[in-house]
Design a protein around this ligand. Structure first.
Ligand code: SMN
Ligand code: MG
Length: 367
């Protein structure tokens, strides 16, 4: 009998742990305020000894226990089967027919999917980007780690800090303050701090009503911003499309899109000019790469939302890769955080994704 070139893996068990990491700069956004950030760490153990790792950022601490239960149940059904992410994704989606495929269902499927891909890449002894047919290398990144809805007198200092954190050429600010003049004052303060050459993305976190969004975005359309992110509620695709048609500034959405089918619906509705799926909602690596194919075929630039470590591999393998959203919130629990230098993240040349837990911190920050 021939020995397979790549050892085939079989799922043995899954270990799930919840941790809560304090945030250096609390998130103050229209979607909520967070002083600490929960993570669900997933380790997929195989009979062959390879461990696949991933994590989820579920926002809501109380959700950790039911997402963990859903992952455990899905993993139980995969026990003893050959570990194959596309098969697991299909079977898991089928399992969710009756309870609905979005929300917790897809979040659990996504977490497991990412860990399975990591295991596969480790078994093949290549970085995930290479397993997907790409190469390792740099991905241009913007710093997302601050400039929440903070008081104006703190904006300049924080903008300068964000640029200095990795010599970034782009940073993201949050807008949608009470009055237009408040947003304009923040943009002016950021410009004073970072100059004209740093690109500014901006995010409204769904905070504007449709009519308000038309007025506010028209008034901000000449500010030289790189994109308007989620101006209105995420599932109003027609409204997003209308806004995108009217504005010169590109409209960016995607972090709340559940799975490649909903992604296709948004693309077909011409809801936005730019897309940034979130690995936890889009269906993990499988859902992201299927969405990347849709974005590529449609000629639409593709960025990511959070999960920088895993997303860099996937952007290297995406036809229309645009920007990596770089967040450092997971760094305290990672043994080898993603390196960024001169505004670029470097996909690490290690087998798999490169996720290793800092076990001491995981113990200390356990839920
Ligand atoms: C965001 C991320 C995480 C929590 C709140 C808001 C934001 C982003 O939408 O795009 O970074
Ligand atoms: Mg956003």
């Amino acid at each position: 009998m021939n020995t397979p070139a790549i050892p085939r893996l079989t799922l043995e068990s899954v270990r799930i742990r919840g941790v809560v990491v304090p945030l250096r700069r609390p998130i103050v956004a229209k979607v909520g305020e967070f002083r600490q950030w929960p993570f669900i760490l997933i380790d997929v153990m195989t009979k062959e000894g390879v461990i696949g790792r991933s994590y989820l950022e579920p926002y809501v601490e109380k959700s950790v226990k039911y997402i963990a239960q859903a992952i455990t149940d899905l993993a139980d059904a995969l026990k003893g089967k050959p570990l194959a992410p596309l098969d697991a994704y299909r079977d898991n989606m089928r399992t969710m027919h009756l309870v609905g495929r979005e929300g917790v269902s897809l979040i659990a499927i996504s977490g497991l999917d990412m860990a399975i891909w990591d295991a596969l890449a480790k078994a093949a002894n290549v970085p995930l980007a290479v397993l997907l047919g790409a190469t390792t290398g740099p991905v241009r990144a913007y710093n997302t780690n601050g400039l929440w809805l903070i008081p104006l007198d703190r904006v300049e200092k924080e903008a300068a800090e964000l640029v200095a954190q990795g010599n970034f050429k782009a940073i993201k600010i949050r807008l949608g303050r009470e009055k237009l003049k408040d947003d304009l004052a923040v943009i002016a303060a950021v410009r004073r701090a970072v100059g004209e050459d740093v690109q500014l993305m901006c995010d409204f976190n769904q905070g504007l009503a449709f009519g308000e969004a038309l007025l506010r975005l028209h008034a901000l359309d000449d500010q030289g911003l790189s994109w308007f992110e989620e101006p209105i509620v995420y599932d109003n695709l027609e409204g997003c499309a209308q806004i995108a048609r009217k504005m010169k500034t590109p409209v960016q959405i995607g972090e709340n899109i559940y799975g490649p089918r909903e992604f296709l619906k948004a693309v077909n509705a011409r809801a936005a000019d730019l897309y940034m799926p979130d690995l936890m909602r889009i269906g993990g690596v499988t859902g992201f790469m299927r969405s990347a194919a849709i974005a590529g075929a449609a000629g639409l630039p593709l960025s990511n939302h959070l999960y920088p470590m895993i997303s860099t591999h996937l952007l290297r393998a995406s036809e229309t890769a645009d920007w990596l959203e770089w967040s450092d919130w997971a760094e305290p629990i990672l043994a080898n955080p993603l390196p960024v230098k001169d505004g670029f993240a470097m996909v690490p040349d290690v087998p798999g994704v490169g996720l290793e837990w800092n076990e001491e911190a995981v113990k200390r920050l356990a839920m």
